[in-house]
Design a protein around this ligand. Sequence first.
Ligand SMILES: C[S@@+](CC[C@H](N)C(=O)[O-])C[C@H]1O[C@@H](n2cnc3c(N)ncnc32)[C@H](O)[C@@H]1O
Length: 448
Amino acid sequence: MTDIDDSLDARISSECPVGVQAILRAAWRHDVDALKPLLDAPGKASCRDPVTGETPLHAAIRSLGPVDEEESAEVQAEKEAKATRMVERLLFGGAIWNDVDTNNETPGCVAWRLNQKELYDQMVRAGARAEMLFAILDGYEELESDGDEEEDDEEMGEAEAEAEAEETANGTNGHEAEAEEEVPEDEPGTDAPVSEETSYLESHLTLADGKLVDSAGNGVMMEWEADIMRRSVDAMLGGPPEDESTKGKRVLNIGFGLGIIDSMIAARQPARHHIIEAHPEVLARIDAASSNPATAGDDHAAEFGAAWESSGPEEGAFKVQRGRWQDMCPKLLAEGELYDAIYFDTFGEDYSELRRFFTDYIPGLLNDDGVFGFFNGLGADRRVCYDVYTRVVEMHLSEAGLDVAWNDVDVPLAQDGLDKAGAGAWEGILRPYWTLDKYRLPVCTFMG
Ligand SMILES: C[S@@+](CC[C@H](N)C(=O)[O-])C[C@H]1O[C@@H](n2cnc3c(N)ncnc32)[C@H](O)[C@@H]1O
C-alpha cells in the first residue's frame, strides 16, 4: 500500500469551501457542540472536500490516528468514545457510510488501516443498517403503482441519503457482471438492472488459462476458486468424498461456469444432479466438449453432455436445465423436486436476485435437513463491504428461516497470483473482484 498522509493539512485542502472546512474541522476535533449548528441543511453531514474527497466521517476517524500501543487503556477509551459519538452524530445527520476519498478509502477502510477496531465495527453496523434500509426502500418503490416521484423524493429525506449510499462503494457478489464506469466515488453497484443481466447472457465469452471472461473483460469464473468450490461441496455433502454417506444425495447447482463444482458433485455419485445454466455459449461448450471428449482436455464441460444425462439412475435424474433459474425454478417446484443440497453461483446478477432465490425457492426446493450454499463474493473487493454484506445476508437469510454458519477459508493471495490487479491471475481481467485473504463460506440450514 502506498503511504497515506493522514495529517489535517493533507486532507483539508485550501480549495475546500469555508462552510465545508468548518464541518470537517469540527468532525476532526470530535466537537459535537460545534458541529450541531453547522448541520443546518440536509446533505451537510456528507459534504466533502472537493480535492481530497474527505468527508466528516473520514475526518472523525482519521484524526484518531493509529492505535498507540504505548497509550494507557483509559486514554484510548476516552478518545475512542469521543470519536464514536461524533461518528454517531454524523450518521444520524445522514452521513454516507461508504463514500470513498481520493485514496480510494471509505471511512471504514481508514478505521481498519489505523487499527481502530471499535470505529471499524461502528462503520460496519452503519453500513448494514443503510443496506437493510435500502433493501426495504427498493421493495417499497417496486410496490408503487402511480407514485409521484418528485413528491416521494421530498418525503424520503434522510432515508434517501441512506439509499444514495448504494451508489457509492458497496457490496457486490464477485460473480456479477460489472462493466463498471471508473468513477472513484462510484464503486460497483449492487443494483444492476435486469437489462444488464440480459446483456451478460448475450455477451460473448472466452475461456483461456482457466478463466471464463465476458466480452467486457469481467471474470465470470476462475480456476483459483476451485478450493472454495471443493470446500463448499464438503460443507454441503459432508466429507471425505470416499465416505459412503456422502453418496446418493439429490443436488441442484445453479450456474455451471467452468463446471468445477459440478465435476466435484458428480464425483460424489449423487442420486439426482440437476444443473441450471442460462448462457447459450456455456451450454454450447457443454455440447461441443461432450461430443468431442478426445479434444476437450481437462474441460469439465465434456463430462456433462447427453451421455452423462442418460447415465443417471433414472430418467431425468441427471440433467442440465437450460435456461435462467428464474424460469427453471418454478418448473422444478411444480414438478415436486426436492434436494439435499443446493448451490447458487451465478454471474451478472445483483444481491437482490440471490436474496430472491433463497427467499422464494429454498423453502420449497430444499429438504428439511438439506444444506444451501452460495458463492459468497458479496463486496469482496473491499473488506468493509464484505463485512457489511455478511451482516446483511445473515439478516435476510434469517428472515427466510435459515441459519447460517460461516467457515473461514484462507485465500493465499500471493500464492494464487491474486495480489496485483492486471497481473498474475488477474491478467486480462478488467477488475479484481476478490482482494481478501479470507473467504467466508456460508453453510445454510433451516432454523429449528
Ligand atoms: C461463476 S459461474 C459458476 C461457476 C461454477 N460454480 C463453477 O464451479 O465453475 C456463473 C454461471 O452462472 C450462469 N448464470 C448467470 N445468470 C444465470 C441465471 N439467471 N440462471 C442460470 N445461470 C446463470 C453463468 O452463465 C455462469 O455460467
